[in-house]
Design a protein around this ligand. Structure first.
Ligand SMILES: C[S@@+](CC[C@H](N)C(=O)[O-])C[C@H]1O[C@@H](n2cnc3c(N)ncnc32)[C@H](O)[C@@H]1O
Length: 251
């Protein structure tokens, strides 16, 4: 998959995306990140990329010309036929479902804003969609773009050691995932649940599913409305204390 990133600060991407799973994905040719510096497309002696807002008020606004020129020099001036995403706190919420959707695209472009944001004509006539990584305001779109790249890249075939792992993650199943334990079986007096040491795969799978339901009911009950659940699971959820407790939990 190729991801074009349009930014005023390409150096911010060096480091976070070069290591671990994403670093290996790039080295293995599964992920091709192309960073484009918007300032390279600005005219004038100062290569200015921002200007005062019409109508007055605080802060600066990213000018349309450099961003249009940067995007069109790479993607062409006609609609590229793939998502050109403006990162903005005003966008649709970026979710696991959005990550799954973007992971099916061979190419995606991400536009990082800065300052007070981008000139409205960029939003209307250059971006094909807008995504927000949450209800808070960052100083720039770079961290948001990294979040999107990370969440999308780990879904690409071959990037994770096991595709099964991503399919069982929180949100991918419609629920939060069950708790995980590793060695030692005893740590500071807290034990790993007996069932996980039993070797009984059927019972372990049932226990994990119940923990997943319990976690979701406790932390994100809103997800249960649309989660794909059996009749039996809905009954268990609606009956107090029907789901097995994790003995090491203080919930
Ligand atoms: C300081 S913010 C601008 C916020 C804008 N004045 C507003 O109130 O909607 C600068 C840039 O950071 C990025 N940004 C900030 N928060 C974001 C979020 N939650 N999700 C995605 N991008 C975000 C966007 O690219 C935005 O153009």
């Amino acid at each position: 998959m190729r991801i074009h990133i349009f930014t005023l600060f390409p150096e911010m991407f060096q480091g976070p995306l070069d290591h671990s799973i994403l670093g290996r994905a790039a080295a293995g040719g599964l992920l091709d990140l192309s960073l484009h510096n918007i300032r390279d497309h600005a005219d004038g002696p100062h290569r200015s990329v921002d200007d005062y807002p019409y109508g007055g008020g605080p802060g600066m606004v990213m000018k349309p010309e450099p961003l249009f020129a940067a995007v069109e020099s790479v993607l062409g001036s006609t609609s590229p036929g793939f998502p050109v995403v403006l990162l903005t706190p005003q966008g649709r919420q970026f979710t696991q479902a959005e990550a799954q959707r973007l992971a099916t695209e061979p190419t995606v472009a991400l536009i990082c804003g800065h300052y007070q944001g981008v000139d409205e004509r960029i939003r209307r006539h250059l971006a094909t969609e807008e995504l927000s990584i949450g209800d808070y305001v960052l100083t720039g779109g770079e961290l948001a773009a990294m979040v999107v790249v990370d969440a999308v890249a780990r879904l690409l075939p071959g990037v994770l050691g096991s595709a099964e792992a991503a399919a069982a993650d929180s949100y991918a199943t419609g629920l939060l995932q069950h708790p995980h334990y590793t060695r030692p079986a005893q740590f500071r007096g807290w034990s790993v649940p007996e069932i996980l040491l039993s070797g009984n795969h059927e019972q372990i799978a049932r226990w994990r599913r119940e923990q997943s339901l319990r976690h979701t009911r406790e932390r994100r009950p809103d997800l249960l409305q649309s989660a794909p659940l059996s009749e039996e699971e809905r009954r268990l959820l609606n009956t107090p204390d029907q789901l097995t407790r994790d003995p090491s939990s203080t919930d």
